[in-house]
Design a protein around this ligand. Structure first.
Ligand SMILES: NC(=O)c1ccc[n+]([C@@H]2O[C@H](COP(=O)([O-])OP(=O)(O)OC[C@H]3O[C@@H](n4cnc5c(N)ncnc54)[C@H](OP(=O)(O)O)[C@@H]3O)[C@@H](O)[C@H]2O)c1
Length: 316
């Protein structure tokens, strides 16, 4: 019997990587084994993954030698960076480079790089429609990832570039869920005007990544965009209202007002939503739910995700 191909997964205790770890473990006959990478193999989350059958290995994306050790003997790897841990695009670019260099050095056969658009291709720094942030960026957590695509290409790493979408889980974990307005009614705030936002259940990102690995060489060198569904703010509010059993009103504020909300990352996210709003056609065309469903037949739409998660949405 052929040995299972090892997939080394960064972010294994988190959203994207966790979904991939579970997808591989859910398919024992699929021909793959999973190596879950974490900074702390002794943590409770790491122990949970080990109990499910994952090999757990220590690695830190800020430590090149640890990445190389983590990739030794692996067929593939899932590379994701963690912008919101440090809010530094320069650091995110260095981390992506370190991953690509380790992939090259270890002769990895298939990398998936979890990326996003370099928005400066649509909105150059000279464009004053949105402010330039941190000196060199429009949407720092997008631009740093998109700029890093070139490193994987230049080094000749066999890579699939995975364009992810807004996680619906942000309504639980990122403070983006409905809030009570001044009149006591529920408001769902987004600066998207009447445009549609591609969204996805975070768990489905890893499941789609598994579909890419299972497809062999088919997506190497390709950019694959995924979403569960594209919905307007009004449509999201309507589905939220149905799930929560109380009407939710879409509160369409301007990107400038969103940038001014003052929480860490508000300017970055205000620019991000403005980019998604103003370049809706390109942004949506790059994320086809049909493609995602072909990779992951269990792909959820927003209503299905809400049905499974509505109890976890707390109202601020
Ligand atoms: N939220 C969204 O809607 C959205 C949409 C698209 C893309 N993204 C992008 O997704 C990325 C984050 O991915 P995620 O949501 O899957 O992360 P996450 O759920 O926050 O998980 C982060 C995991 O990464 C690990 N980690 C953090 N720093 C590390 C390091 N230096 N070395 C190794 N592992 C490290 C941690 O594991 P240990 O503690 O076990 O080491 C942690 O469990 C961000 O860059 C963000 O821009 C987010």
């Amino acid at each position: 019997m052929a040995e299972n191909k090892i997939i080394a997964v960064f972010g294994a205790t988190g959203a994207q990587g966790g979904g991939l770890v579970r997808a591989i473990l859910d398919d024992p006959g699929g021909g793959f084994a999973v190596r879950a990478l974490t900074r702390d193999p002794k943590s409770a989350k790491a122990a949970e993954l080990a109990a499910m059958g994952a090999e757990v290995v220590g690695a830190d994306i800020d430590d090149a030698a640890s990445i190389e050790r983590a990739l030794a003997g692996a067929h593939g790897a899932y590379f994701v960076t963690f912008f919101w841990e440090h809010f530094s695009p320069a650091r995110e670019k260095a981390e992506a480079r370190r991953m690509a260099e380790a992939a090259k050095a270890t002769g990895l056969r298939h990398a998936i790089w979890s990326t996003l658009e370099d928005t400066r291709r649509w909105v150059p720094l000279s464009d004053e429609r949105m402010p330039t942030l941190m000196g060199d960026y429009k949407v720092p957590h997008f631009d740093a990832k998109g700029e890093s695509d070139a490193v994987f290409r230049e080094l000749g790493v066999p890579t699939t570039f995975l364009l992810t979408s807004f996680y619906w889980d942000n309504l639980i974990n990122f403070g983006m869920g409905p809030r009570r307005g001044p009149d006591g009614g529920l408001l769902f705030t987004l600066p998207m005007g009447d445009k549609r936002l591609p969204g996805i259940a975070a768990e489905d990102i890893g499941r789609c990544a598994y579909g890419i690995f299972k497809a062999g060489d088919r997506y190497i060198g390709e950019t694959v965009g995924i979403a569960g569904e594209h919905l307007s703010g009004t449509e999201m509010a309507e589905r939220l209202g149905r799930a929560l059993g109380e009407p939710v009103t879409y509160n369409a504020i301007s990107p400038a007002d969103y940038r001014a909300l003052g929480f860490p990352g508000a300017e970055d996210l205000g620019n991000m939503f403005q980019f998604k709003r103003d370049f809706e056609a390109d942004f949506r065309a790059a994320r086809d739910p049909t493609v995602a469903r072909a990779l992951n037949p269990r792909l959820q739409d927003f209503a299905a995700w809400l049905e499974a998660n509505k109890q976890r949405i707390t109202i601020a």
